[in-house]
Each structure stands twice: as C-alpha cells, then as structure tokens.
Design a protein around this ligand. Structure first.
Ligand code: NAP
Ligand code: ZN
Length: 349
C-alpha cells in the first residue's frame, strides 16, 4: 500500500480539506494513473454530505477522472505509460452476473465497486476518488481518451456525459423524436448537446431565465421556462422522451403531461428525499416513468468516441482544488457554467 494525497471531508458537516490516505499497490492487472483533471459532479456533494446515507469518512469524492498512465501491471497490454485515460464511476464489478456479461456493469447484481465509497476488492477498506494526485484501477475499468480531446472539458464526460448518453441511446433519441432535458447543470448541458448531436428535436426545461440563451447555444431547439404554466401547456402530449436531471425536490406531474401516450420520463437526478408522484397522468396515457444509472464500460468508451467524432465536450470552469468548497456552494445555487473541472496540478504535497 502507498500513501496518496487528496481533498476530502472527515464528516458530513465539515468542509473538504487536504488529507492523506492509502491505495493498493499496482497489481498485475492494474493501471496507475496520475490525475490531470477531475470534474465536480453533484453526486460528489450528495456523497460527502451523506445525503444518500451511504458515506464513509474520510470521504474523497471525484468520479470524472482524466489522467496520464504512470505505471501498468505485468498483464496490462492495452495501456502504456504516458497514455491519456479516463475513469468514471465504476472501478470494479463481479464480472460474471448477467448484467456484467452484457456490459452493464453499473447494474451488477452483486453491486458495482464505486470509484469512491466502495470497497477495494484487493485490500478491503474503502475506495477513494479522483480529487487526488493518482489512482490505481483495474485495466477493465479504464477508458481510452481519443487523441486531440481537451482534457479539462473531457473529464465531465466520464459521469455527466455517459449518464445522459445511455438513456438517450436506450430510449432511441434520434431524428423524428422530440426529447426534453430538465435542468441546465452538469448533466443537463451534456444531455442537450448529445440529444442534438444524435439528431433529435431537443428541448431544454429550465428554472433559470438567465440560461435561455445558453440553452439555444448548446443545441436546444426549444427552451421552456418550467415555471411558466403557459409555456408548459403549449407542449402537452408532444414529447417522446424526457430526462430529468434535477438534484432537488420538485413536482414531476407537469412533465408527465407533456409526454405522448406510451412515452417515457427517465429520472437520473437523485434528490435526497423521495419524490411524490401523481399517478394519474401516467395511468391515463399509459406513460412510463423509469430510472437510469450512468452507463457500462463499453458504452462509456462508445460515448467518448462519439464525442470525439462530433467534437463534443463539457463547458467547464477550471478551478484549483483549493476552491472546491466555494464550487459546492455555487453548485447548490445552480450557478455553474456548466461543470467545474479541477486542475489537479494545484494539489501540492
Ligand atoms: P447540477 O450541475 O447541480 O445541475 C442540476 C440542475 O437542476 C441545476 O443546474 C438546475 O438547472 C436544476 N435545479 C436545481 N434545483 C432545482 C429545483 N429546486 N427545481 C428545479 N430545478 C432545479 O447537478 P448535476 O451534477 O447535473 O447532477 C444532477 C443530479 O443527477 C444529482 O442529483 C446527481 O447526484 C445525479 N446524478 C445521477 C446519475 C445517475 O447515474 N443517475 C449520475 C450522475 C449524477 P436550471 O437552473 O436549468 O433549472
Ligand atoms: Zn457523477
């Protein structure tokens, strides 16, 4: 085991600060990655503040990791020292259950190992995330970053990008479909870009009048202010798919009414408390309400290659790690354009 430095919290009510922790040594199948950039996901905040009641402390978050390979184990053939690589939310899974066999490691029936807050399969103890100098990950859970991609703005694709790409593909967003994305934050802005790139008619629902122009710039054909009942009513029964990225409590019923018969609303935003659901708009038009969790390793690679081909990446504000507590406060005010990406060179021993 070796020592690493990072930023994390020692309790739910404590700000993040610099700390030291251990990771396993580089095993035969492992890749050691020096972290260059790490995106800041709202899940990081939910986790360190124990809003999902599953935190372990000290909690070092970060699962939108881009870095450079620093060392590889004896069995590793497909990565070389110096390669640019990525790590998302998953660093291991059982590899044998039906979901893992289908490449859907995020739905592993034994439970995937999260990049942070999981249990290290080799040495036990908890996993620590990407707000740190380096990480050791099994080769099967490492992604290749296509040449030429901007690393700071590619990092958020590892969670925000794949979390939107997967349901857009699963529910067949594309030409002739009308897709809605709720919330213009980290996930939402990737959803707008990806849906537009897949050829779907794309609408953004936002609570922020100040984001209307950006919504169009990012690829939305329509921007709907969700607080305006008039604007919402104009789109009744017209959507094939709506994906909800909102991280806080809110009323879903107005969106159900915008779906066509048999159409689907997919929840990816994960608020702390359960959301009340009015079942009548679902019953009366046989509408579906579904969830979706990030994406598997193969699909994450497909998403990265798609983004490289279409010249898509996140809109980022690059910050030093020392600004992370300020960044969390701004994220809670929906004041991020549209993802913080931590420049890990700012982390000094
Ligand atoms: P974020 O950057 O904070 O964006 C959330 C957006 O939701 C805000 O920008 C805001 O957009 C809107 N919003 C915030 N509060 C609202 C409220 N009270 N009512 C209505 N809209 C509100 O967060 P994120 O990183 O995109 O993450 C979003 C959620 O997805 C989090 O709960 C996160 O944990 C979850 N997540 C889930 C998965 C998964 O696999 N399912 C993966 C990653 C993250 P407007 O200003 O445009 O309204
Ligand atoms: Zn995330």
């Amino acid at each position: 085991m070796a020592n690493y430095i990072g930023f994390g919290a020692t309790a739910a009510d404590k700000p993040l600060s610099q700390l030291t922790f251990t990771r396993r040594d580089v095993g035969g199948d492992d890749v050691k990655i020096d972290i260059l950039f790490c995106g800041v996901c709202h899940s990081d905040l939910h986790f360190v503040r124990n809003e999902w009641h599953n935190a372990v402390y000290p909690a070092v978050p970060g699962h939108e990791i881009v870095g450079r390979v620093a060392a590889v184990g004896a069995n590793v053939r497909d990565f070389n020292v110096g390669d640019h690589v990525g790590v998302g939310c998953i660093v291991d899974s059982c590899r044998t259950c039906p979901s893992c066999r289908e490449g859907l490691e995020q739905y592993c029936e034994v439970g995937m190992t999260g990049t942070y807050g999981g249990t290290d399969k080799v040495i036990g103890g908890q996993t620590f995330g990407g707000y740190s100098n380096s990480i050791v990950v099994d080769r099967g859970y490492v992604l290749k970053i296509p040449a030429g991609m901007n690393l700071a703005s590619t990092a958020p694709l590892l969670c925000a990008g794949i979390t939107m790409y997967s349901p857009l593909r699963h529910w067949k967003a594309g030409p002739g479909k009308k897709v809605g994305i709720i919330g213009l934050g980290g996930l939402g802005h990737m959803g707008v870009k990806l849906s537009h790139a897949m050829g779907a008619g794309t609408a953004l629902f936002t609570t922020s009048a100040s984001k209307v122009e950006d919504g169009h710039r990012l690829g939305a054909d329509l921007v709907i202010l969700s607080k305006s009942t008039d604007q919402m009513a104009q789109h009744a029964r017209s959507f094939d798919l709506i994906i909800d990225t909102v991280a806080a409590e809110h009323d879903l019923s107005p969106y159900f009414n915008l779906l066509k018969r048999d159409a689907v609303m997919v929840q990816v935003g994960a608020p702390e408390r359960p959301l009340p659901i009015n079942v009548f708009p679902l019953i009366l038009q046989r509408r579906h309400f579904a969830g979706s969790c990030i994406g598997g390793i193969a699909e994450t690679q497909e998403m990265l290659d798609f983004c490289a081909a279409k010249n898509i990446a996140a809109d980022v504000e690059v910050i030093p790690i020392q600004k992370i507590n300020e960044a969390y406060a701004r994220m809670l005010k929906s004041d991020v354009k549209y993802r913080f990406s931590i420049d890990m060179a700012s982390l000094q021993a």
